[in-house]
Design a protein around this ligand. Structure first.
Ligand SMILES: Nc1ncnc2c1ncn2[C@@H]1O[C@H](COP(=O)(O)OP(=O)(O)OP(=O)(O)O)[C@@H](O)[C@H]1O
Length: 706
């Protein structure tokens, strides 16, 4: 989350503190544990963890934060943060990777180092051949056999090199693939483990986005980062440079021309200094300002609108074409302008200046000096020239790799920090209570429940009080936006109330492990998911263990009165459905094989999904948010009859509690109790008849609806 302006000065104090002391004082705006949810921000904390360092690296002057994926500047401040990350997470991460394939990984590293010596050997061997030839020709002893012998030796060396290269490449593929699987697995695990309150935190979203970038770098997806395994390439490049420098030393040292040596090293490293000092901003090309980032985001949204068929009807009906085009164009211009500015910066005078000719000439000076020595030979001169070129090339690569690795370190910190994120709804281990199924359905006791959505000024729920006894049915009714669905999500433990107390079966709901709690209830959401997959999977996700059981799927479909829908589909439960997002129009490609459904038909499948587990004995709460809003009156009555049947034992005794939210007040009559919600609070509570007699808001709504 962006720091509030009142907090900005403290953020800058923090950075200054780090410069002075090696520690940074930070706003603690990221509660990682559930009990620390909306806490007042602490003024400062030291940077200790990878997360702290990641957060600190995103600070911009003025209290803003870098957009996810933006490159960090190479500064003393960031170098210190990078060192903290290396200490707190890089070692652990790499030792985890090493443990996947210890022998192969060590082999990969060793082979990389050995292969980095090859260019020096190659140069040396070629120099030998040239010298040999030179001496043969000068002495007049030239024979083709001798030449063939030399060429054959070189050929054998090259065959050995390529065999080793082939083996190294296949070994590296195995190591990289295992590492990629591990990283992608952890990344998926992060996503499925975290709950809605955690995922809706903007800081967590940014963190996960950078963590994804890190994971993708293993697949070599081109966003300017090397794979973290390319860290190893730094060692290879250093070895390569070292081996060439040794060769140059051996060529120049014997000649006692230290001037030659110095000139050589100077001419080889000059390009690096030019790049480093001459173009200080060359590595900050993706440093978007928040305005540019917003434009990039808007540009993508408009592109999606234009390309997604699901929006086509409304785009046409409301004539959105021009608006989409204009908005896209203005956003695109901002993005292109920013790229242009960057390109201009990159092509500044210093970086444009072509030094290669100058350097080429410069390297001729030591060559001429070398020529004056007694040890000069054609081979040694060739070797000198190729070694100098190799040093320049490898040094450039080293610089580029180091910069990428530097960025990679910050993305790695996001990956490591993501692993330590604790889902906010998860209670501490010592507080966890195992859910005990109630024989006659769940009891609910809500006392002064309040909830405000992050970023909202008005609470969505205020002082909500009600009780539900075992086996009772409760109807929640009210005007749009009165807080019904919000209350449902809190009862389902999808969200956490801010204030008040909520007990299920006499135990504080916060003490249940959400995974355990969810085993004991079933629900239909108002905005239920429509998956672009088969009917079987659309229904089966209600109880994954029974997804392969045709009987279970068909029973649930039958209970939801959806048999006729499914029977009319070309492949029955194997028919692939088109959800809104992938909705296509006739002849629009491969998705035309998918089958569309009407709103009511989809709703029946969502009810079938809930019925997959409703019959299970451990389920003692059924919650339906507008389950029949798209159904005709006949189907609606049948569904409510089924719900009633499911919530009773074969002897007719109530064994499951049931809550349903409805705008159709004729169905509210079926409930034992009715809750009337207005402006986020319960304005009336009682039986249907009691509320009618009271002649208040419920009675007025009822009369209006029937
Ligand atoms: N994700 C959200 N972020 C911010 N505010 C929200 C969010 N979802 C809902 N609200 C607000 O919370 C209030 C209650 O919304 P809720 O969805 O609970 O109402 P509802 O009674 O279920 O409405 P409806 O009958 O239209 O389904 C509304 O004022 C709504 O604008």
């Amino acid at each position: 989350m962006l720091i509030a302006s009142a907090h900005r000065s403290s953020a800058w104090c923090s950075m200054y503190h780090l410069f002075k002391t090696g520690r940074i004082l930070l706003p603690d705006d990221f509660p990682l544990v559930s009990e620390s949810l909306p806490q007042p921000e602490k003024p400062s904390v030291p940077v200790r963890t990878a997360y702290d360092a990641w957060l600190a690296s995103r600070h911009l002057p003025g209290g803003e934060r870098l957009v996810p994926g933006a490159h960090r500047r190479f500064s003393l401040f960031n170098v210190k943060l990078a060192l903290i990350i290396v200490r707190t997470c890089a070692f652990e991460f790499f030792s985890r990777l090493l443990s996947l394939h210890p022998v192969r990984t060590m082999l990969m590293m060793s082979l990389n180092v050995i292969r980095s010596l090859f260019p020096a050997f190659r140069g040396y061997s070629q120099a030998l051949i040239i010298d040999e030839l030179q001496s043969l020709v000068i002495s007049g002893n030239f024979t083709w056999t001798r030449l063939l012998h030399l060429v054959a030796t070189e050929l054998v060396r090259r065959i050995f090199e390529s065999l080793l290269d082939g083996f190294a490449a296949s070994n590296e593929t195995i190591v990289v693939d295992s590492a990629r699987f591990y990283v992608e697995y952890v990344q998926m695990e992060q996503r499925v483990r975290l709950d809605i309150p955690t995922l809706s935190d903007p800081a967590v979203r940014d963190l996960l986005q950078e963590s994804d970038l890190f994971a993708r770098s293993f697949s070599g997806s081109g966003f300017g980062l090397l794979s973290p395994l390319d860290f190893i390439h730094i060692i290879s490049l250093v070895t390569e440079i070292f081996s060439h420098v040794l060769l140059i030393l051996s060529l120049t040292g014997g000649a006692t021309h230290y001037g030659v040596l110095l000139l050589s090293i100077f001419s080889a490293t000059l390009p690096l200094f030019v790049t480093w000092f001459g173009c200080p901003d060359a590595h900050s090309e993706t440093l978007y300002t928040p305005r540019e980032a917003r434009a990039a985001d808007r540009q993508e949204k408009m592109r999606n609108l234009a390309f997604n068929d699901a929006h086509r009807p409304e785009i046409e009906l409301f004539g959105l074409g021009d608006w989409i085009l204009k908005t896209w164009a203005s956003a695109r211009k901002v993005v292109l302008d920013s790229e242009q500015t960057q390109n201009f910066r990159d092509s500044s005078f210093m970086s444009k200046l072509n030094f290669s000719d100058f350097l080429f000439a410069l390297q001729n000076i030591p060559l001429v000096l070398l020529l004056q020595t007694s040890s000069a030979s054609l081979g040694s001169l060739t070797l000198y020239r190729s070694s100098i070129q190799s040093v320049i090339l490898a040094s450039r690569n080293l610089l580029a790799t180091s910069r990428m690795v530097f960025q990679g370190i910050f993305f790695m910190s996001a990956f490591c920090a993501g692993r330590t994120l604790k889902p906010r709804l998860q209670p501490n281990e010592e507080d966890v209570v195992c859910y005990q199924t109630s024989l006659n359905g769940a009891t609910i006791e809500a006392r002064n429940l309040s909830y405000t959505y992050p970023g909202s000024s008005e609470p969505a729920l205020k002082d909500v009080n009600f009780t539900l006894q075992s086996g009772e049915t409760l109807a929640i009714v009210g005007y749009n936006g009165s807080g019904k669905s919000t209350l449902a999500k809190i009862l389902l433990r999808i969200m956490d109330h801010d204030l008040g107390h909520l007990a299920i079966n006499g135990v504080d709901i916060r003490r249940y492990d959400p995974q355990d709690y969810h085993q004991h209830l079933t629900a239909v959401f108002q905005g239920f998911s429509k998956f672009s997959t088969t009917v079987r999977e659309n229904v089966g996700v209600g109880r994954v263990e029974k997804m392969r059981s045709r009987t279970s799927i068909e029973t649930a479909i039958h209970l939801a009165e959806a048999d006729s829908v499914v029977n009319s589909l070309p492949y029955g439960i194997r028919t692939i459905l088109a959800s809104g997002e992938s909705m296509s129009y006739p002849g629009s490609g491969p998705s035309s094989r998918q089958h569309g459904l009407s709103g009511g038909e989809w709703q029946r499948l969502s009810i079938a999904r809930a019925f997959m587990r409703a019959n299970e004995p451990q389920v003692d709460l059924l919650l339906f948010d507008e389950p029949t809003s798209s159904l005709d009156a006949h189907a609606q009555n049948q569904i409510f009859d089924t719900i009633d049947k499911i919530s009773r034992s074969p002897t007719g005794e109530r064994i499951k509690s049931c809550i349903f939210i409805t705008h159709r007040l004729s169905t509210a009559r079926r409930a034992d109790k009715v809750v009337m919600m207005q402006n986020g609070t319960i304005s009336e509570f009682g039986t249907h008849d009691e509320l009618l007699r009271r002649d208040g808001a419920y009675a007025a709504l009822y009369r209006a609806s029937v």
